[in-house]
Write a protein that binds this ligand. Sequence first.
Ligand code: UDP
Ligand code: MN
Length: 366
Amino acid sequence: MKHSKKMWLIMLLGVCVVIIQYHISSTWLVGGSNSGTGNGLSYADPAVAAAVREELLHAAIGRLRLDDTISVSIGQKLLHDLIMQLGHELLAVGACGEVSVPAAADSSLSQVPLTSYTAPRLYIITPTYRRPEQIPELTRMAQTLMHVQNLHWLVIEDAENKTQLVSELLHRTGISHDHLVAPMPEAFKKRKGPKPRGVSNRNRGLEWLRANAKDGVFYFADDDNTYDIQLFEEIRTTKHVSMWPVGLCTKFGLSSPVVVNGTFMGFYDGWVAGRKFPVDMAGFAVSVQFLLQRPNATMPYKPGFEEDGFLKSLAPFEPKEIELKAKNCTEVLVWHTQSKKNEASAALDLTKYNNTNLVILKQLIV
Ligand code: UDP
Ligand code: MN
C-alpha cells in the first residue's frame, strides 16, 4: 500500500475513534449552549450532534468501501472486519444517542435508522435497458443504494449482451451486485401496443434468487423511480409481503393501501381494472423464504397486469395479510418518476471534430 494511503487510513480511523470517544464523554458541544434561542442548529442540540456524528462515520465507511486501492491492498477480510467494527460502534452510538422526539415533530419522516449487518439482506431487482437515460437513471439509483447496508443489487438488462458502461458504473459504486441479461422475448417485442416492460428481467431476478438466496427480502425497483433510503429499512422487516404508498402514480397521484386504525381496508389506485392487487411495482416487497415456498410464482407477460399477476401467483396469499409499512401507509418513500424520453443523439461530424474530446464523449452517450 502506498505510504499516503496508509496515512490516510490511519487518520480516518483516528477521527472515528475521537468522534466515538467524544460521544461517550457527552461533552461535544460546539459553540456553547444556545438552547432556547430557537434556531436549533448548534451542536448543542443533541439530535443535530448525533446526526453530524452519524454522517461523519457513514462518510468514513463509504470512503473505505469505495476505495478499490485500499480494499485490494489491505485485503477484503481486514476491510470487512473494520467496517463491521465501525458499524457496531455506530449502532452503539445510535442507541445511547437516542433523543425523544417532541410531539410536534411526530408527523415528520423518521430518521433513517442504522442497520446492523445481521439485519435481513435486501435483494433489489432492477430491470434496465439501453437508452439515452439509462446511465443517468442508474447513476442516480446507485448513489441512493450506496447509502443502504447489507444489500445485493440485481441489475438485469433487457439486452442480448451486458452494456459495458453499466458494468463499469456498477463496479465503481462498490455495491454488492450481479449484472445479468434477460432480453424480452421476440414475440413481445414485435407486438403492437403496450409491451410487457421489464418482465423478462424481473423473472430472471426471481430465477437468480431461487438459485442463490435462502433468506432476506426482495424488491422490484425500476431504474427510473425515486427512492427515499428510509424505504429500504422499512422493507427489511418484511415477513411475507409488505406494501406502502407510491407517489406520482396514476391520475390519483398516488397508489396506496387504504388503512383505517392500522387495519388494511382496500386499495386506492387510479387504475383498478378488475385487479385483485391494484398496486404499483414499486409498492411491495416479498420475503425470499415466502417466494421459495412458492416454486411457481412468476410475473406474467401481461402489460398493466404484471404486479397483479405476480402477487396472485404467490397464492396462498390474500390482501388482508399485507404487512403495512411507512408508518401504516402515512408516508411516501418512493415515487414513480418518469424521465422525459430523449432521442438518440445525432452522429458526430468527424471531419470537424476528429482528435477532440467529443470523440470520447460520444462513446458515453446513446
Ligand atoms: N424496461 C426494460 N425494457 C423495456 C422497457 C423498460 O427492461 O423495453 C425496464 C425499465 O428500465 C424500468 C422497467 O422496465 O426499470 C419499467 O419500464 P418503464 O419505466 O418504461 O415503465 P413505466 O414505469 O412507465 O411503467
Ligand atoms: Mn418507470
